[in-house]
Design a protein around this ligand. Structure first.
Ligand SMILES: Cc1cc2nc3c(=O)[nH]c(=O)nc-3n(C[C@H](O)[C@H](O)[C@H](O)COP(=O)(O)OP(=O)(O)OC[C@H]3O[C@@H](n4cnc5c(N)ncnc54)[C@H](O)[C@@H]3O)c2cc1C
Length: 427
């Protein structure tokens, strides 16, 4: 009797965005059995909550500047061989029509994140990927194999994500699994979350939305800047621009550095234009006997006007005739450069992603393979790569997942990775 050809058995720890992508690409190899271990009762649960339930799964602007980590250039190879166009082709091949919104942000045409997770789940099943709904507690490296819980595998892909947005972060053991394989974890910080500041005035403007620029100053030097719609909370600043810069606040506060936010509510106007605007308002409206808050009527949200006047030493209900030039200058400063001391960010349970993870110095960027343990691979957020809002984190999950899946299943030989990915998508 002919001896049965031995199957290459691959265990993928985590049935999320990167794990299911890795499985789809790995299952293209012959004589390969792909098993996804998923701790939850269904795969891809996190995907369902992305993009406010609509799933912003990639972006037409794929510049590396949207990626962070101790070594963001690690992401460059994966993003070049599996870019935004590859993501669109990958999802089209599964029936998901991409739709562009807000200048380059890509969503499924259904605007239902669940259609993305379902397409991945169905494709995995159609390709013979097995799902085991059990949490992986232990991975043991044996001579040429790995024991995952009680089963034996030739290769393992760690695609277990992060503890971002989890109610109880102690439920997550992904970082322990990474460490148990001898890999380092870089410092972890919440990213894409709200920023907490000192200042009782935040209570007055809680819920106010306004266009503006937020700058992060670390020890007095500008570290990051974003503009867009800011949303105030009773403890600080939220909204997409605040999310984008939050990891820099978390990181600097974590290193005991002084962090200050500078907020500019007059984006698009020069300081001189702002001065002219404010002086004209006081000059034109003072003969009419208006109050100071009536002078600012229609400039910004009335609650924000009220706070900025108070912070500038101007009584909002006082007659505008009595305001001095000094106080007008203070108001102009607060309109264009309101300072607030940062005390921290919201914790991991509020964050969309975690900054930090498996140290990318110990992983090969062209295969996602471990430089320490042969046969071990990484994909997705477990690695020390995080993206800004805009589809960049899911793009990283697809790109790194595809490379890890191919390398684990087909071996780490030299190949034109981009053509190989396209060939698998078009099969
Ligand atoms: C509210 C919210 C909105 C977001 N919106 C967007 C967006 O619009 N666009 C974007 O690009 N990114 C978005 N993100 C980020 C994005 O969802 C993640 O970066 C991405 O899902 C990471 O993919 P992953 O495969 O690494 O991890 P996940 O998708 O989190 O998958 C990891 C899986 O591993 C499982 N797992 C963990 N440990 C174990 C274990 N020990 N055993 C077995 N299974 C395990 C988990 O249950 C999970 O299913 C958002 C995140 C949140 C929280």
């Amino acid at each position: 009797m002919a001896e049965e050809k031995k199957k290459n058995r691959i265990a993928i720890i985590g049935g999320g965005a990167s794990g299911m992508t890795a499985a789809i690409f790995a299952s293209a190899a012959k004589d390969t059995e792909v098993v996804i271990f998923e701790a939850k009762d269904v795969p891809g649960k996190k995907i369902n909550g992305t993009g406010n339930g609509k799933c912003n799964f990639t972006n037409d602007d794929m510049d590396l500047k949207h990626y962070r980590g101790q070594h963001p250039e690690f992401a460059s190879f994966a993003l070049s061989v599996f870019d935004n166009e590859t993501s669109k082709a990958f999802f089209k091949s599964m029936g998901i029509r991409p739709k562009e919104k807000n200048g380059g942000y890509i969503y499924p045409n259904s605007e239902e994140a669940s259609s993305v997770s379902s397409a991945l789940r169905l494709t995995c099943a159609e390709k013979g990927v097995k799902f085991v709904f059990e949490k992986v507690k232990i991975i043991v490296k044996e001579k040429n194999t790995f024991k995952v819980n009680s089963q034996s595998f030739d290769r393992v892909i760690l695609a277990c994500g992060s503890f971002a947005n989890m109610k109880d972060v102690t439920d997550f053991n992904g970082y322990s699994l990474v460490k148990s394989m001898g890999h380092r974890i870089t410092p972890l910080y919440p990213a894409l979350c709200q920023i907490r500041c000192k200042g009782s005035f935040f209570k007055t403007i809680n819920g106010v939305r306004t266009e503006g620029i937020v700058k992060v100053l670390v020890e007095g030097r500008e570290k990051a800047s974003e503009n867009g719609e800011l949303l105030f909370t009773d403890y600080g600043v939220s909204g997409i621009p605040a999310f984008q810069v939050s990891r820099f606040c978390a990181e600097a506060i974590g290193s005991s550095k002084k962090v200050v936010l500078s907020l500019n509510f007059m984006a698009g106007m020069s300081k001189d234009e702002v001065r002219t605007e404010i002086q004209n308002r006081f000059r034109k409206l003072s003969p009419k006997g208006r109050t100071n808050e009536e002078v600012l009527l229609g400039l910004l949200n009335h609650k924000l006007n009220f706070v900025l006047l108070n912070l500038s030493g101007i009584d909002p209900t006082g007659n505008c005739k009595s305001v001095t030039e000094d106080k007008i200058s203070a108001l102009i400063k607060n309109l264009t450069d309101l300072r607030a001391d940062v005390t921290g960010t919201n914790d991991f349970s509020f964050a969309q992603v975690v900054a930090g993870g498996a140290d990318t110095l110990e992983v090969d960027p062209e295969t996602m393979g471990s430089k320490i343990v042969p046969g071990l691979y990484f994909a997705g957020e477990i690695l020390d790569i995080d993206g800004t809002c805009g589809g960049y984190n899911l793009q990283w999950a697809w790109s790194s997942g595809a490379i890890a899946g191919i390398s684990a299943a087909f071996g780490e030989k030299d190949r034109d990775m981009r053509s190989f990915i396209e060939e698998i998508i078009n099969r």
